[in-house]
Design a protein. Structure first.
Length: 368
């Protein structure tokens, strides 16, 4: 009996020890989960809210940035880009796009087209007129009429990139994922913003101001040439010049028109008055609404030229019809070998842009 009693007491003690250890492990796990939850719920800079998938993608990207472990993405069946690169997930790409729209205003008004091919292979036919028709009676013959004149838009191939060195210690100790995303987005958008306006079209978008210009009207001007209107002064913008410029746009384009200029030009425009002493510029009617010029939205774009003799400091048009931006997938490569003791994060994005409808935009030229 004593042996049985001793055995029972030993089993009871063992169970008590097991329960104590288990309780301690559960409490430790609970604290760890609470800490993870706090980190996952911590807001990221520049963002207001994220879904569970968004947070998971950010967590996976942060882990990839620290370790380069591609298997982190294989569980989500995400595409890899080869050479230890990953395709930036859509949730993160949308955050980059948001910053690009802030730093590259043309993205807010031009047509953005996602593509899965070379930009030079993207086909965008444009009807430049020539279609004919005629009146006939019930039994009259129907001779052939003229067919449309079609032009093909050439989109250049090129990519924008950023190659950021980060200290290995900093990478290990800091939450760098969101910082990298934002810095890359800012750099991309600054490069793009300038290229959409003045890009050469060689390995980069062809900017609006890189196309030929002429004073001739739409009916007689060659396709791909943008019409300009003289400001009426060799050194300044005039009220009459603004009115003349706006009404060179056809009504179908004017209905969706937006003005573009930089901050210095905007300051000059805000001082202009009409014949009755009223300001030609109007502030936004409510928060989130655009400022207006002659009743049409005005967008500040500081890559646009300043006021100067023979310059084009102001444009107006239906930019959604006028200019197309072609976007391809973005990729991120982690390189811990090339630049020791730093780790390089190489991001790239293929982007193109070209003028599609040269009648949909007009330029103001500083000239008498």
């Amino acid at each position: 009996m004593d042996e049985i009693k001793s055995l029972i007491e030993q089993q009871g003690t063992a169970f008590t020890d097991f329960k104590t250890r288990t309780d301690d492990e559960i409490k430790s796990l609970g604290r760890a989960l609470d800490e993870i939850s706090k980190k996952m719920n911590r807001p990221f800079a520049g963002a207001s809210s994220f879904s569970r998938d968004d947070m998971e993608m950010k967590s996976r990207l942060a882990d990839f940035i620290k370790s380069g472990d591609m298997s982190l993405f294989e569980k989500k069946a995400l595409t890899t880009a080869g050479d230890s690169g990953v395709v930036v997930p859509q949730q993160l790409a949308s955050e980059i796009v948001s910053l690009q729209q802030k730093y590259s205003p043309l993205r807010n008004v031009c047509r953005v087209v996602p593509i899965e091919t070379l930009a030079s292979n993207y086909t965008q036919p444009v009807n430049t007129g020539g279609t004919d028709s005629g009146w006939v009676g019930e039994t009259d013959a129907r001779p052939a009429t003229n067919t449309p004149n079609l032009e093909s838009v050439a989109f250049p191939d090129g990519e924008v990139y950023a190659n950021l060195p980060v200290s290995a210690w900093f990478e290990e100790d800091a939450q760098v994922a969101n910082w990298l995303i934002q810095e890359i987005a800012k750099e991309f958008s600054r490069k793009e913003g300038a290229a959409f306006i003045s890009g050469t079209g060689t390995k980069q978008p062809k900017g609006i101001l890189s196309y030929a210009t002429a004073a001739t009207d739409d009916d007689t001007r060659d396709y791909g040439t943008i019409q300009y209107v003289a400001s009426g002064s060799a050194s300044a913008i005039t009220p009459d010049g603004l009115v003349d410029l706006l009404y060179t746009l056809r009504p179908e384009y004017r209905a969706n028109a937006t003005w573009l200029c930089n901050s210095k030009t905007l300051a000059a425009i805000r001082k202009l008055k009409d014949g009755d002493g009223n300001s030609m510029w109007q502030p936004a009617l409510s928060q989130g609404q655009p400022q207006l010029l002659l009743g049409y939205p005005l967008l500040e774009c500081n890559d646009w030229p300043d006021i100067a003799a023979n310059a084009f400091p102001l444009a107006v048009g239906d930019f959604n019809s006028a200019y197309y931006i072609l976007d391809r997938t973005q990729t991120l490569l982690r390189d811990p070998f090339t630049a020791k003791p730093n780790v390089l994060f190489y991001a790239r994005k293929r982007v193109s842009g070209a003028l599609v409808d040269s009648s949909a935009v007009k330029l103001l030229k500083i000239a008498a």
